[in-house]
Design a protein around this ligand. Structure first.
Ligand code: SF4
Length: 420
């Protein structure tokens, strides 16, 4: 019998979490069920007691049923879960137990990452993460594939990472992201610059220790090196693509909605909304349960960048914590991000952060704020991270092409500086 991989709790000492029972995840997520979950639900006898099905099938997969408003059928008025109340925490479907933890195996260990879709994670409220290790270890037995070595991660397209290379990348970036002497915009511009530089480098010529030295040199050159590279404002096409990328991260078709609308009407509605975001003129279409309803795209331009916000210190801490947690929790590439190579995953992380900044400014415009507040950024990050590594379309060829386009003309750096 093969032993399960050792488990490594997210090593970001500044991150905390405990569930505060806000119930947001139960109002928001579509929960996919495993055979063991279905057996538990049957044994608990819900269908007989409630007189209605508590699961639903969609395209060959079984999910927890949702109400009309998208909330889980088990969510009670006080925000608590009925299965939890009547049968205990360990009797809930395993996905509900695990959230917001994310288990990501590589070939030597299982990293425990954390999702910023959870309000307590974003607000950094609760216990030290290491206090959850034993419980996460127990829950992980319900998803045994997360404790098995998957595949050796790739460094770049068709180039496997050698021992220590990805750890070296993570550590150098983490050190750079934790530096308080670098201002918010430079820190994320630096991340975009490193992602773009690694995309251009001939990595086959710098392997193992030399790769570690390269990333240490790049990370150590931030912010000084950025001053020497002239950067023009983002091109209109880059801004169009940024809005399109933001839409792809906000798209949120619920199972019950898709079932009642039918496939073609759903696809048509998505196409029209995507085009409206690309155009970026007039009223924003309804997305993510009305998140941007009433917003005129033109109003976003009048909201200053996040670096000019009076809340910039709190925003800085939040976004830095997010980027560090994504990298150290192994959610940036490999099994944590569509099996993507590290260099492309890093570029996607920069794009996710730029989309968060765009959405935060959009929310500020909609809410009549003169600048994005920490709440606008928290709400934006919750929406953007909700899909990261989970939504199949964000791991698609279309998304890869989008990143390829951003690699041209310093696209990632320009959109980062323009919004952060
Ligand atoms: S969003 Fe986070 S804090 Fe709120 S109920 Fe879910 S796990 Fe708990």
């Amino acid at each position: 019998m093969t032993l399960p991989l050792p488990i490594l709790m997210l090593p970001v000492a500044t991150q905390r979490y405990s569930c505060h029972g806000c119930g947001n995840c139960c109002r928001d997520f579509t929960v996919q069920l495993r055979d063991a979950d279905l057996a538990k639900l049957r044994a608990q006898g819900w269908e007989e007691r409630l007189g209605m099905p508590v699961t639903t099938e969609f395209r060959g997969t079984t999910y927890l049923r949702q109400r009309e408003d998208g909330a889980c059928v088990f969510l009670m008025e006080d925000g608590l879960c009925r299965i939890h109340r009547e049968h205990g925490f360990a009797e809930k479907p395993v996905a509900c137990q695990l959230f917001p933890f994310v288990l990501v195996p590589d070939d030597v260990r299982t990293h425990v990452g954390i999702s910023f879709a959870c309000q307590s994670v974003r607000e950094n409220k609760g216990a030290e993460l290491r206090s959850h290790l034993q419980e996460v270890d127990r829950m992980s037995r319900g998803v045994p594939e997360t404790r098995v070595a998957t595949y050796s991660a790739l460094l770049s397209d068709a180039m496997s990472a050698k021992d220590g290379e990805l750890d070296a990348l993570r550590m150098s970036l983490d050190r750079m992201l934790a530096r308080e002497d670098i201002v918010l915009r430079d820190r994320f511009d630096g991340l975009a610059w490193i992602a773009a530089s690694l995309g251009k480098a001939k990595l086959a010529e710098v392997r193992a220790n030399r790769f570690g030295e390269l990333v240490a040199v790049l990370a150590g050159a931030v912010p000084a090196e950025l001053e020497h590279i002239q950067l023009a404002p983002a091109l209109p096409k880059q801004l169009r693509l940024l809005r399109q990328a933001a839409y792809a991260r906000l798209e949120d078709v619920q199972v019950n909605q898709a079932k009642s609308r039918g496939r073609w009407r759903t696809v048509l509605a998505q196409l029209l909304a995507s085009r409206a975001f690309t155009r970026g003129k007039g009223r924003a279409p309804s997305v993510a349960r009305g998140l941007l309803d009433g917003l005129d795209f033109a109003a976003i331009a009048s909201v200053p960048t996040l670096s000019e916000s009076p809340d910039r210190d709190a925003i800085d801490q939040l976004l830095s914590r997010y980027a560090r947690a994504t990298l150290l929790g192994n959610r940036g590439w490999g099994a944590g991000y569509y099996g993507w190579p590290a260099v492309r995953g890093l570029q996607a992380l920069v794009l996710n952060i730029a989309c968060t900044a765009w959405l935060a400014r959009a929310l500020a415009a909609k809410r009549g704020h003169a600048a994005a507040t920490i709440d606008d950024v928290r709400d934006a990050l919750g929406r953007i991270d909700r899909h990261a590594g989970r939504a199949p379309w964000l791991g698609s060829v279309g998304e890869r092409l989008r990143l390829e386009f951003f690699r041209l003309d310093d696209g990632l750096r320009r959109i980062t500086r323009e919004s952060i």
